[in-house]
Design a protein. Structure first.
Length: 349
């Protein structure tokens, strides 16, 4: 009896010591396809955000061997309904988690429609250099060969690794690791849905092992100038995409509606046709900052090329796609309306 007691005592102590060595990972769930349910396993139609976080965690074999897992439901929406309000809530919760030492790493489950935007927003506003990793899936949890469990396993492995520290906000998908700034969704249906057109992946996860190829340079984290503590909203910024013979209707309407800034998804090197150049000039004259981005998702929009930005009064997005340029302009406008300072943000972040 004494030997049996000693055996169980030592086993409990060993398990306790093992558990203490595992990192603590907090999973913040927002909904999306990864939490989706369909009518049958062979149909693509599904309802986003139908499963709670506890069910997502339970569906991943071996995840408890990577870390001590806990979960919270921040929202439960398809990411087409992601909002600034949810972004602010996420940012506040992540900063709170690290301030109070509640976890060693944070994983966010998120729909893919706007995942690249949330990743960039958090990369500019989270005030800690500890791991923040986003992931999701292209197939709902009820589908044949659902990709969500593997992506979530990899995201936890990354957040639990020493390589994730000081790397900024990361996005992991289909075994590739991307900087939150650089990740772009480039497929509507394929499981390899994300790429980073200007830089490529910065690492890979295979069999739960993290290998980093490079470290992101353009990141903010604890040194971010964008302190949104106490804010419940951000300045409204609109995006206008251009095309052949595009009229200035959208720009004029947004200015009339009182938006605080405009990003143009221009042609080629962010170019504007004559009608929209005139509309942009009028917007700038009325005090509305305008950022020239491009509808092309790789390459840079350069200063003083085909467009005389000094004369027109515009800002260039550098290599940010329009939806990410919008985020930086919204955050920039919480700090300044000075055109030179706003332009500097685009070259820094």
């Amino acid at each position: 009896m004494k030997k049996l007691f000693l055996f169980w005592f030592l086993l409990i102590i060993s398990i306790s010591l093992f558990a203490q060595t595992l990192p603590r990972i907090k999973i913040l769930a927002t909904g999306g396809t990864i939490a989706g349910q369909g009518a049958s396993a062979d149909r693509s139609a599904y309802t986003s955000g139908a499963l709670p976080i506890k069910d997502l965690i339970a569906a991943v074999p071996g995840i408890d061997k990577l870390a001590i897992i806990s979960g919270e439901q921040i929202s439960n929406v398809g990411s087409q309904d992601m909002s600034v309000a949810i972004w602010i809530k996420l940012n506040q919760r992540i900063n709170e988690i690290y301030k109070n030492n509640e976890a060693d790493g944070v994983v966010i489950t998120h729909g893919t429609d706007t995942q690249e935007e949330t990743a960039y927003f958090l990369s500019l506003t989270v005030r800690y250099d500890k791991p923040v990793v986003l992931t999701g899936s292209m197939r709902p949890a009820t589908a044949i060969s659902a990709d969500g469990p593997k992506n979530l396993y990899d995201a936890v492995a990354l957040a639990a690794s020493k390589e994730a520290a000081n790397s900024g906000v990361l996005l992991v998908f289909s075994e590739s690791i991307f900087s939150g700034r650089e990740a772009v969704k480039t497929s509507t249906t394929h499981v390899e849905a994300f790429t980073a057109p200007n830089s490529g992946p910065i690492g890979q996860i295979y069999d739960g092992k993290v290998v980093m190829y490079q470290s992101p340079i353009r990141k903010a984290n604890k040194n971010t100038p964008f302190d949104i503590t106490g804010l419940t909203s951000l300045p409204e910024v609109a995006i206008v995409e251009l095309y052949a013979d595009a009229p200035p209707t959208a720009i004029n309407a947004y200015v009339a509606a009182g938006v605080k800034g405009i990003v143009t998804g221009g042609l080629g090197n962010g170019n504007l046709n004559k009608a929209n150049t005139a509309a942009v000039a009028a917007a700038v004259k009325r005090g509305v900052p305008v950022v020239r981005a491009s509808r092309i998702y790789s390459g840079r929009v350069t200063l003083l090329d085909e467009t005389d930005d000094e004369k027109l009064g515009t800002i260039v997005s550098d290599d940010l796609i329009p939806q990410k340029a919008r985020i930086l302009l919204m955050l920039g406008l919480t700090q300044t309306r000075d055109k030179k300072q706003l332009q500097e943000y685009f070259f820094m972040y």
